[in-house]
Design a protein around this ligand. Structure first.
Ligand SMILES: NC(=O)c1ccc[n+]([C@@H]2O[C@H](COP(=O)([O-])OP(=O)(O)OC[C@H]3O[C@@H](n4cnc5c(N)ncnc54)[C@H](OP(=O)(O)O)[C@@H]3O)[C@@H](O)[C@H]2O)c1
Ligand SMILES: *[C@@H]1O[C@H](CO)[C@@H](O)[C@H](O)[C@H]1NC(C)=O
Length: 324
């Protein structure tokens, strides 16, 4: 009896939990295909850590050349060293890009046009969430500025190259876009949390903007793919400083929902590498990739909003004369 209660029952529970976890991992999907990416060039923003790092790893493993577009070159070079120690294939180049700074975006675009005018895929991965009111170098609310305006400006300034090369654009959004709004009254400005709200509306809203942005790119004939990587164990929560009791409280979420960065990055790799027939399955252009499968977004993307967002975003970053 003692053995039953002290050994067998806990062991049974552990085995059961392990099996459920494995089943969950299986359902999250994986890009198993090897894909020979020798000679292909990918630009990955925020490639030094988290999902961007794992995406870079997955590409380099398959022989690709990856430009690591990072705001900190030291961190980018450390990431390169780590991946180099693991794989002999591929090539990596670090380039400086701060998406929360217009000058930096322009400098990066100039450098790309000079050094790598022919690339195959731009992966807009970098993004963040913070707790308090913060602004970009140009005075834009930080979530909108980094998660939407930065990638919007970058992609548009590279538009000629993207079109000429028929390059694919990947946008890392989030399912958080499902409960969000684009409020043009406060667009680009900080707005406090609605009363009683605990989650980060500014982050949610920026991820909805990603979606509208993708829709407009899609309408312009760009080969664009949007994904949600799922809840992943990365540096993303660095501003949230979790306490011990949070881990206890959220242990079921961690056990059944939290993916490794490598697992989550499969969704980004899927968008970058697989042939997703978006037209056939999504005539209304509101698909999202998650669990390495195509899903229809739960929200309806209005053309009025996506068109207005396109114009207002171009105005906000001062590229209205440069876009088509
Ligand atoms: N983790 C999740 O659960 C989750 C879920 C859904 C969607 N996502 C999305 O996945 C993407 C990647 O997030 P992650 O989880 O990998 O987070 P992460 O580990 O914090 O990595 C974010 C990356 O973005 C970079 N970055 C932040 N601000 C930047 C700026 N102004 N200019 C250039 N790069 C900047 C960071 O650079 P530094 O290292 O220098 O700060 C870092 O390389 C984000 O778009 C996020 O919204 C994540
Ligand atoms: C943000 O999105 C999540 C997931 O859809 C949702 O649970 C949360 O309530 C949203 N926050 C706000 C302020 O809308």
């Amino acid at each position: 009896m003692v053995i039953l209660s002290t050994v067998l029952i806990p062991a049974g529970i552990a085995a059961g939990l392990y099996l459920i976890r494995k089943q969950r991992e299986y359902s999250w999907g994986w890009v198993h295909k090897q894909h020979d990416l020798r000679g292909k060039i990918f630009i990955v923003t925020g490639a030094n850590t988290g999902l961007g790092f794992e995406t870079t790893r997955g590409l380099v493993k398959r022989g690709a050349t990856v430009i690591l577009a990072c705001r900190n070159l030291r961190k980018a070079n450390e990431a390169i060293e780590k991946i180099k120690a693991e794989f002999k294939s591929g090539e990596m180049i670090a380039m400086e890009l701060d998406l929360a700074n217009f000058d930096s975006i322009r400098k990066f675009v100039k450098e790309i046009k000079e050094k790598v005018p022919k690339f195959d895929c731009l992966i807009n991965n970098a993004g963040l969430a913070v707790q308090d009111e913060q602004l970009t170098a140009d005075g834009i609310e930080l979530h909108t500025g980094t998660n939407h305006i930065g990638p919007f400006m970058l992609t548009n300034l590279l538009m000629d190259d993207i079109k000429r090369n028929n390059a694919r654009v990947v946008i890392v959004s989030s399912k958080m876009h499902e409960r969000a709004t684009v409020d043009f009254e406060t667009f680009g400005k900080y707005s406090p949390k609605p009363a009683g709200e605990r989650s980060n509306h500014l982050y949610n809203n920026s991820k909805l903007m990603n979606f509208y942005f993708a829709k407009e790119l899609y309408k312009r004939g760009i080969d664009v793919h949007v994904c949600c990587p799922g809840l992943c164990n990365t540096d993303f929560f660095r501003d949230y400083d979790p306490k011990f009791y949070h881990y206890v409280l959220f242990s079921p979420v961690i056990l059944f929902m939290l993916r490794s960065a490598e697992q989550g990055s499969q969704n980004i790799l899927f968008c970058a590498l697989e042939n997703v027939n978006t037209d056939d399955q999504n005539p209304d252009k509101s698909y999202i990739i998650y669990d390495c499968k195509q899903h229809k977004s739960k929200i309806d993307l209005s053309d009025d909003v996506s068109e207005k967002l396109w114009i207002e975003s171009a105005k906000l970053c001062g590229i209205i004369k440069e876009i088509h």
